[in-house]
Design a protein. Structure first.
Length: 119
């Protein structure tokens, strides 16, 4: 599998996991000039912006490098653009989560709620 196929497979598993846990998927691969958000979901009036990382050969150090402060800023900025364009969610709570797929030493689907906030 190439990187794109691995990423798509991870995002599919992420969405299945979220749906099994009561989330409704609003959108996948939301793109703006500021960046991309892999999955946008809602549960209990909370909009959840999810970064999905499929890392079958990674370590926690590698995870920190791929989800650095710059990446977090891009996700937050893109989330703000989403909310401007989708006013129906303006009264919702917001959360930024990370879901890690297939990283050694972690469960196959590892969900980190409130992984980061606006930096």
């Amino acid at each position: 599998m190439n990187n794109k196929e691995t990423g798509n497979s991870g995002e599919n598993r992420c969405c299945e996991f979220l749906q099994k846990n009561g989330y409704e998927i609003i959108q996948r691969n939301y793109r703006e000039s500021s960046g991309e958000i892999d999955v946008i979901a809602i549960k209990n009036e909370t909009i959840v912006f999810v970064e999905v990382k499929t890392l079958p050969n990674a370590t926690l150090d590698m995870l920190q490098k791929v989800l650095n402060t710059e990446k977090q800023k891009r996700i937050v900025k893109t989330a703000k653009r989403f909310l401007i364009n989708h006013r129906e969610y303006s009264n919702s709570y917001l959360r930024f989560d990370v879901i890690i797929i297939d990283m050694p030493g972690l469960p196959p689907v590892y969900h980190i709620e409130n992984a980061f906030t606006e930096v």
